[in-house]
Design a protein. Structure first.
Length: 133
């Protein structure tokens, strides 16, 4: 089990609750659930950072700063980490890896344009909602 808090991120043994590792963070709070994939734990904090830790050792793999607090739970799809920030943006972090063959050029174009349209659409909705406030 992985639990991010304002001071540490913890990995707990699911059987007995013992602490497997902890990683110190300088956060202001955490209200989202972490995402786990490919041996990595991803989470965001109110300090505006998104973290990727090694799920087995707790070592920092990378961190990414947004302008606002990160209170949404991250989601992973096609090699990309998606997370919303209170700065009004949806972040897509990572590199999408699709094996390309001669027949897959159109698939890559369709996936890329669909993803871009979804990100732009969500960003526009967030922007319009903020303007209404």
């Amino acid at each position: 089990m992985y639990i991010p808090t304002d001071k540490n991120a913890y990995a707990l043994n699911a059987t007995d609750g013992s602490v497997e590792w902890n990683f110190p963070v300088n956060g202001e709070g955490s209200i989202s659930s972490p995402a786990v994939a490919d041996g990595k734990v991803y989470f965001g904090l109110d300090n505006g950072y998104v973290y990727a830790l090694d799920a087995y050792t707790g070592s920092l793999i990378w961190d990414c700063r947004t302008v606002g607090a990160v209170q949404s739970s991250p989601a992973i799809s096609n090699g990309l980490l998606f997370v919303g920030s209170n700065d009004g943006y949806l972040y897509a972090i990572g590199q999408q890896s699709i094996v390309q063959s001669d027949n897959s050029k159109f698939l890559i174009l369709a996936v890329g344009s669909t993803l871009l349209a979804a990100i732009v659409g969500i960003g526009l909705l967030v922007y319009l909602k903020k303007r209404q406030r």
